[in-house]
Design a protein around this ligand. Structure first.
Ligand code: SAH
Ligand code: SF4
Ligand code: F3S
Length: 447
C-alpha cells in the first residue's frame, strides 16, 4: 500500500554529470509533494528517466527501458495503484513528440530547462498527458531549490549550462539551449551548503564550463578562474575540480589559477576530438591541433604535474587514414592520464549527419581499437608512474574489501587504501604501492 505522505520516486540517469546533478535537483523539487527517492522501479509512484541524446545507443536504451518498466506499471495498476512515467533530459528535448507517439503509456515528457516546473507538471499529469520542451527565458536555476541533500564527500555543482559552439557533430546546443552562467552569489551559497553537509571536494559542472562568466558582488564579470578563487576561500572545502572545458575558452586567468590556487586539482579534461586540422575545421571546433598543443604547453608551465584527459571522435565524415594518424600523433605528443573515445554517430538535425564521406562502421571499429589500445597503454603508464610516490588522497567512500577506504589522488586516480574508517572524508598522505589500468593500491603514510 502506498503511504499518502511518502510516494516512491525512482530516477534513472544516463549521460553526463550535469544529468546526475539535474536528477538530484528533480528529487529536491519533488520532495515537497511527498516524493522520496528509491533504488528500484518496482512499485514506484513515479519513474523519471533522465536521458542522454549524445550518441545513438542512448535513445535505444531509453525505449528498451520503457518497455521493461511497462511491466511494473501494469503490476502497479493491477494492484489498484498508478505509476507516473516521465521521460526527461536530452532525448526528451530532442524527440518529445516521437516518444509520446511510440510509447503512448508515457505520462510526461519534459526537457532540461523545465525542471523547476515539475511540481505543476506532476499535478497536471495526474489528470492529463504533458509535453513540455519549452526553453523559458528565466533560468531554472532561479527557481530550483538549492542543493540541499548530502551528496557525500565529493559533490557536483552546476555553474553553467548550454552551449553556443555548435560543433557540427553535437546535439548539446539543441538539447540544452544557449550558454548560460549562474551568478557567483548563488554558486557560493550552494557550495557552502554542500561543505556544511560534508563535501570536501566540489566539481564545478557545465557543458562548457570554462566559458563561465558570472557577476560578482561588485557587478564585475568574472571568469572561471575568478570563480574558483572565490570558492577556494570556503573553509572546509579542500579540493576543486571542473569539467568539461573547451580549448577555445582556456584563458590565462584559468591557467594561472592552476598555478596559484592549491585547492584546484592538477587535472584537466580538455577534449580535442581529432588531431587533424582538416577534420577539426569540418567539426567547427574553432581550434587547431597546434593551438591545442600551445595551450597544453602553457598549462604545463603553470602546473608541471598536471594530468590531462580528453575526448576523441573517430570516423568523422571525410576522415582519411592520414587524418586518423594525426589523432594518434597528438595522443603520443600530449600523453593522457586517461581519455574517452567514441565512434562518430550521426545525430539527426546536426550538420555532420548530412556531410559527404560518412565512414563505414568497419573502419570506425578498426580505428577506435587502435586509438583505445594506445590510450590504455598511456593510462597504465600514468598509473604505474605514481607507484612509489606519496600523494594526498581524499577518502570518499568505503572500499570493496573490509578495512579499506576508496579515495582519489589529486590526479583523479581511484585508489584503494588500507585505512581506518575514521579517516573517511579526510585528505591523508598515502604511499602508492601498486598500479593497474583502472586504479591504484596504497598504504596510509602518516596519520
Ligand atoms: N561539451 C563537451 C562535450 C560534450 S559531449 C565538449 O565540448 O567537449 C561529450 C563527448 O561526446 C564529446 O566530447 C564528444 O567526444 C562525444 N560526442 C558528441 N557528439 C558525438 C557524436 N555525434 N558522435 C560521437 N561522439 C560524440
Ligand atoms: Fe557539443 Fe561542441 Fe558544445 Fe561541446 S562545445 S557541447 S562538443 S557543441
Ligand atoms: Fe547527454 Fe545531454 Fe549530457 S545529450 S551528454 S545528457 S548534455
Amino acid at each position: 500500500m502506498t503511504n499518502a505522505k511518502h510516494k516512491k520516486l525512482f530516477i534513472k540517469t544516463w549521460g553526463c554529470q550535469m544529468n546526475v546533478y539535474d536528477s538530484n535537483r528533480m528529487a529536491d523539487v519533488l520532495a515537497p509533494l511527498g516524493y522520496k527517492p528509491v533504488d528500484t522501479p518496482e512499485d514506484a509512484d513515479m519513474v523519471i528517466l533522465n536521458t542522454c541524446h549524445i550518441r545513438e545507443k542512448a535513445t535505444d536504451k531509453v525505449f528498451s527501458e520503457l518497455g521493461r518498466l511497462r511491466e511494473h506499471m501494469e503490476d502497479k495498476k493491477a494492484k489498484g495503484g498508478r505509476m507516473l512515467m516521465a521521460v526527461a533530459g536530452c532525448v526528451a528535448q530532442a524527440e518529445g513528440d516521437f516518444i509520446m507517439q511510440r510509447a503512448p503509456y508515457v505520462d510526461m515528457v519534459f526537457g532540461p530547462q523545465t525542471y523547476h516546473e515539475l511540481p505543476q507538471m506532476v499535478m497536471k499529469a495526474t489528470g492529463e498527458r504533458v509535453v513540455n520542451t519549452d526553453m523559458p527565458s528565466d533560468s531554472k536555476f532561479d527557481h530550483l531549490p538549492q542543493e540541499n541533500d548530502n551528496q557525500g564527500v565529493t559533490a557536483f555543482l552546476s555553474i553553467q549550462e548550454g552551449c553556443d559552439k555548435f560543433c557540427t557533430f553535437c546535439v548539446v546546443p539543441y538539447t540544452r539551449g544557449a550558454e548560460y552562467s549562474r551568478n557567483i552569489k548563488g554558486i557560493s551559497e550552494e557550495a557552502k551548503k554542500l561543505v556544511d553537509v560534508g563535501a570536501r571536494e566540489i566539481t564545478l559542472l557545465g557543458q562548457n564550463v570554462n566559458a563561465y562568466h558570472g557577476e560578482d558582488a561588485q557587478g564585475r564579470t568574472v571568469g572561471l578562474g575568478g570563480l574558483i578563487a572565490a570558492l577556494a576561500e570556503i573553509d572546509g572545502l579542500e579540493r576543486i575540480r571542473y569539467t568539461t572545458s573547451h580549448p577555445r575558452d582556456m584563458d590565462q586567468e584559468l591557467i594561472d589559477a592552476h598555478k596559484d590556487i592549491p585547492k584546484l586539482m592538477p587535472f584537466l579534461h580538455l577534449p580535442i576530438q581529432s588531431g587533424s586540422d582538416r577534420i577539426l575545421k569540418a567539426m567547427n571546433r574553432q581550434h587547431t591541433a597546434d593551438t591545442y598543443r600551445d595551450i597544453i604547453a602553457d598549462i604545463k608551465k603553470a602546473r608541471p604535474d598536471i594530468a590531462m584527459s580528453s575526448d576523441f571522435i573517430v570516423g568523422f565524415p571525410g576522415e582519411s587514414d592520414e587524418d586518423f594518424e594525426d589523432t594518434m600523433q597528438i595522443v603520443r605528443d600530449v600523453t593522457y592520464a586517461y581519455a574517452y573515445s567514441f565512434k562518430y554517430s550521426p545525430r539527426p538535425g546536426t550538420p555532420a549527419a548530412n556531410m559527404a564521406g560518412q565512414i563505414h562502421d568497419k573502419v570506425k571499429i578498426e580505428r577506435i581499437m587502435r586509438l583505445q589500445a594506445l590510450l590504455n597503454e598511456q593510462q597504465l603508464d600514468f598509473n604505474n608512474k605514481t607507484v612509489g610516490k606519496t600523494v594526498p588522497v581524499l577518502f570518499d567512500r568505503k572500499g570493496v574489501k573490509d578495512g579499506q577506504l576508496h579515495g582519489r589522488t589529486p590526479y583523479n586516480q581511484a585508489i584503494h587504501v588500507k585505512a581506518p574508517e575514521r579517516l573517511f572524508g579526510q585528505v591523508v598522505m598515502a604511499e602508492v604501492t601498486e598500479g593497474n589500468s583502472n586504479s591504484l593500491t596504497g598504504n596510509v603514510a602518516i596519520f
